[in-house]
Design a binder for this molecule. Sequence first.
Ligand code: HEC
Length: 286
Amino acid sequence: MKHIQKYILLLSICFVLMVTSCQQPGGNTTGSEFMPDMGHSIAYEANYYNYYYNNTWGSEDEYYEYAKPRMPVAGTMPRGSGGVAVKESVAFTLNGSAPYYYADTEEGRAAAMAEIIDNPYPITEAGLAKGKKLYDIFCSTCHGEKADGLGYLVRDDGGVYPVQPAILNTDEFIAATNGRYYHSIMKGRNLMGSYADKISYEERWQVIHYIRSLQAKEKKLEYNQYVNTLNNVDRPAGDIAVVVEADHDSDNDQEGHHDDHDHNSEHGVGDHHDVHDSDDHDDDSH
Ligand code: HEC
């Protein structure tokens, strides 16, 4: 009999605990939780202090210390600040996007022109072919197939397009640094919009190579995988077997489809490359 009483007492304590422990939120109560630190992680927001009152990890002061912005690790540099490529190596990013920190201002443009000198990719036939394809899609409508500023918007509509697009095969533009081109693609220029979200990091550089090759053509000079008599900045790749490229299309690259950037409906809108490619380029402008 005594035992049974004990059991009943124990059971009712358990029952009361069960009913009260996981109390549902509602009305004016937020409910109560046991071990809230298992249910909620302290999700630190960068540069933002919001004390978590259930914090059990340390004192409020310690919490505050963690929430404070910290100094970058010594010897590191912010992503994208390495916009100036090293001559010996090919700089590329794994997902095809690279942040760009030059502002869309005259100062930003001047800095980009002064600091971005080298094209991180060597000149290759494959790159020039890719550049041509993209240039013909995205640039030639205004700048012309020959970079002579006579795209069909300017040429064929009786001058309705309000301004003359830059004539890219002139001495001025031949002498211009690669930064002038890269900055124009990233930020646009006056009536020209940005193409940062249309073509990826590597594609921008291949387009610039292709523009250089058009300039060489105009001057009857050479600009290809083996020779560059146009300038002494861009490096011909020479006899390299495999060109190292940003392989961000790796899942459908196997059959050499790398060039299929069908932003234009060359292969029809339903082509799965369309979908895939536009994903790739989303975050390029950061
Ligand atoms: C819709 C027309 C249009 C398209 C498409 C276009 N541009 Fe332009 N672009 C212009 C115009 C107009 C200017 C001249 C802007 C000015 O100087 O006021 C210009 C200027 C430029 C300049 C010179 C900027 C400077 O520093 O003076 C470069 C380089 C350039 N474009 C590259 C490109 C590239 C590369 C593409 C393709 C990715 C492209 N443009 C696509 C219209 C266009």
